[in-house]
Design a protein around this ligand. Structure first.
Ligand code: HEC
Length: 280
């Protein structure tokens, strides 16, 4: 009964044509230009922790002593990092506490060395829950949750633009890219997810590679992907701290006709009859 009712309701719904789905796609450039003003203005925030209040670093050596800030001063300080150096860190740490933690570690382990506090005493283990798209629910890929945790800490509100760009890149790029010098397993496939969902992303890759989830190649794929997302996040954070970052991906909510949070691969879930938004 319930199924039948749903089907009938579905037929009555107005559905969207492909051309209707992303009517604002051509306006991206305008939006990006507007946002870059915000980015430039916010640069002061990124460096603002360097105010001499370094009591928390008593006895600390090198840079930590001069640029230390407390955890309550947000956003936290950021310094230009080596994107390539984050990759082996993230890759190796995947085998400790999985994707979210691994991605965070590729960035934060470096910040612990170059900036010091508050990164040194921040419990990085608290990010492990992001694995499997939030403790196995297959939602946001843990690498992207990890990227968001860091961009939120480091770049505050502007971190949202950076995360948006990292997610857009993730969904449209053949991954993984990173080739570990000493891989723990050999893999042959790369795949484009078209989705930030763990379930969809890893599922497409598993299908292509012909392996199950609990297999060494799949683990290696997710470890390599953690390295890729760490490095990509650093690339954008480096641009941001240098004042050269311009957001490129449009807002997911505003760009679609349906004006609601969504991924771009509408038809993969809805088939050919993508619904119009109720109320529009
Ligand atoms: C990961 C799968 C998935 C993707 C991708 C997805 N949707 Fe949905 N969407 C759903 C599910 C499941 C529902 C729940 C309601 C239902 O059964 O129709 C839903 C609900 C909706 C609704 C609410 C009204 C209704 O009729 O249910 C709209 C509108 C909608 N989607 C449009 C879109 C558009 C447009 C896109 C692409 C920009 C999109 N969706 C992408 C799975 C998805």
């Amino acid at each position: 009964m319930e199924e039948k009712r749903k089907r009938e309701e579905g037929r009555k719904r107005r559905t969207l044509s492909r051309r209707e789905l992303f009517p604002l796609a051509g306006k991206v450039a305008v939006g990006a230009a507007g946002l870059s003003v915000v980015t430039a203005g916010g640069l002061a925030l990124g460096c603002g922790s360097d105010d001499g209040d370094d009591t928390s670093a008593a006895g600390g050596e090198t840079k930590a002593a001069t640029s230390a800030s407390t955890a309550s001063e947000w956003p936290w300080p950021y310094e230009t990092l080596d994107a390539d150096a984050s990759m082996p860190i993230a890759y190796e740490n995947w085998f400790e506490k999985f994707c979210c933690y691994a991605t965070v570690s590729g960035i934060v382990e470096q910040l612990r060395k170059s900036v010091g506090e508050p990164y040194v005493s921040w419990p990085m283990d608290s990010t492990k829950w992001g694995h499997g798209g939030a403790v196995g629910w297959g939602t946001l890929c843990g690498t992207l949750t990890g990227a968001g945790i860091v961009t939120g800490l480091v770049a505050g509100e502007e971190g949202e633009d950076i995360l948006n760009d990292v997610i857009a890149w993730y969904t449209t790029t053949e991954l993984p890219i990173y080739q570990p010098p000493e891989p723990k397993a050999q893999i042959t496939s790369t795949s484009r997810s078209d989705s930030p969902l763990c379930h969809v992303s890893v599922g497409k890759w598993m299908k292509k590679e012909g392996v199950k989830f609990f297999s060494d190649p799949r683990k290696d794929r997710c470890a390599r992907l953690s390295a890729d997302v760490s490095a990509k996040t650093i690339e954008l954070l480096n641009q941001w701290i240098a004042g050269s970052y311009t957001p490129t991906a449009p807002s997911q909510i505003k760009k679609n006709e349906v004006q609601m949070p969504a991924q771009d691969n509408c038809t993969e879930c809805h088939g050919d009859s993508v619904p119009a938004s109720p109320g529009i």
